[in-house]
Design a protein around this ligand. Structure first.
Ligand code: ADP
Length: 393
């Protein structure tokens, strides 16, 4: 059975077509610059990549071209083969604690929620409406990045601010990357063959979040009202004192949203190192003696260790720690330094085992107090799995 996972942005649309009989990827691709000059798509299938610049005025046009190409390339013989479409939605606030079938009410909700995720939800909505127009009879499912975190208690998700900011305006911690943390949780369930475990899931990519999970449910997570909070990231600051915002507005002559833009796009690893947001470049620069790169890397590692230590206490001990996403799956140095800083908890890294990229493996030594794993995440597959559940109903 074929299912498509979609991640649509304001001018882009990423897709992965799965054969859910064996969960294999049949084809994947990216449509970019939709509604702009120079719109272009690329499709990967059978080990090949085709790419073409073609006018795409709207998401609907992009979806039409996508389906035409899948047919023309004989990737599908007929549109009827596509049994479901799953959409990644960044923000579902407290209205959605699990994935849902798309209805008019869901579409209206995603539109109403847009103030909470102005950069993400409107783009996702364009993707939903486009597929609705082109494939009106195919069931569609929304998979929310926030849903997995809806099990947090009020003591965790509320900020210590005037209560009515929460009750009137919904200001609270929502958490993100929930689809990835949920996927990792399901992998750990298969690995340990049980559901009663305490897990710290470290999704560290360009964006990053740490999640404390007990008995398959999220207890706490590092991102907050928006994905700006928590650990230090590629270009995002993570947690900082909010008083710096008015101070910098005055000093730099910028408005609040310009400072916020700097905290999102010019901070984190890039901001401190003044050379790159990419941890590969940073590790290399450190080896060449670049002091700002060293400072950025040390701070990056420190912020992750801070959260792991916090969640270790919160969970009352941990059964397993998992690294995932771009840095977590691939950066041998960052993983080693995090584990070394956690040695006071009895964590011991196996340097040979840790010397891997992009595959599932235990990187701790057998006498480590807590097993530490690398598990590649697969948010697209998680979206397809959730979609399949509704198709099967
Ligand atoms: P995003 O949050 O944009 O999805 P990713 O999960 O792709 O980000 O992570 C990007 C980070 O992953 C970069 O800092 C990069 O250094 C790192 N990364 C990705 N691939 C590799 C690789 N093959 N080797 C080392 N680091 C990698």
């Amino acid at each position: 059975m074929k299912i498509i996972s979609i991640n649509a942005g304001s001018s882009s649309l990423k897709f992965t077509l799965f054969n859910m009989d064996d969960e294999s990827v049949i084809a994947s691709g990216l449509f970019e610059r939709i509604g702009m000059d120079g719109s272009i798509y690329s499709i990967k299938y059978n080990g090949e990549k085709i790419s073409e610049e073609i006018a795409m005025e709207s998401h609907t046009m992009a979806v039409q071209i996508l389906l035409d190409k899948l047919s023309a390339l004989s990737i599908i013989q007929s549109l009827d083969e596509i049994k479901g479409v799953g959409h990644r939605i960044v923000q579902g606030v407290d209205r959605y604690f699990e994935s849902v079938l798309v209805t008019d009410k869901v579409i209206q909700d995603i539109d109403e929620i847009k103030d909470f995720a102005p950069l993400h939800n409107p783009g996702a909505l364009k993707g939903i409406l486009a597929f609705r127009e082109v494939l009106p009879d195919v069931p569609m499912v929304c998979v929310f990045d926030t849903a997995f975190h809806q099990t947090m208690e009020p003591e965790t998700y509320l900020y210590p601010i005037p209560y009515h900011w929460y009750s009137d305006y919904g200001v609270r911690k929502y958490g993100f990357h929930g689809t990835s943390h949920k996927y990792i949780t399901s992998c750990v369930k298969d690995l340990l063959n049980r559901e009663d475990f305490k897990l710290i899931s470290c999704h560290i990519g360009n964006g990053g979040s740490i999640c404390a999970i007990k008995n398959m449910k999220c207890v706490d997570t590092s991102m907050g009202f928006t994905p700006l909070a928590g650990i230090m990231m590629g270009t995002r600051s993570g947690d900082v004192d909010p008083s710096i915002i008015p101070y910098l507005m005055e000093k730099e002559g910028k408005n609040a949203s310009e400072i916020l833009d700097d905290l999102n796009k010019a901070s984190g690893v890039l901001g401190l190192s003044e050379c790159s947001n990419d941890l590969r470049d940073i590790v290399k620069a450190c080896e060449e003696g670049n002091e700002k790169a060293l400072l950025a890397k040390n701070k990056y590692v420190r912020r992750i260790v801070d959260y792991i230590a916090q969640y270790y206490v919160l969970l009352g001990g941990v059964d397993i720690i998992v690294f995932t996403a771009g840095v977590g799956e691939n950066n041998v140095t960052v993983r080693r330094e995090i584990c070394e800083k956690l040695s006071c908890l009895g964590i011991k890294i196996d340097l040979d085992a840790n010397n891997v990229r992009g595959k599932e493996i235990m990187i701790s030594s057998p006498d480590s107090s807590i097993p530490v794993y690398v598990i590649p995440t697969d948010e697209e597959l998680m979206i397809a799995r959730d979609t399949l559940k509704f198709v099967n109903r």
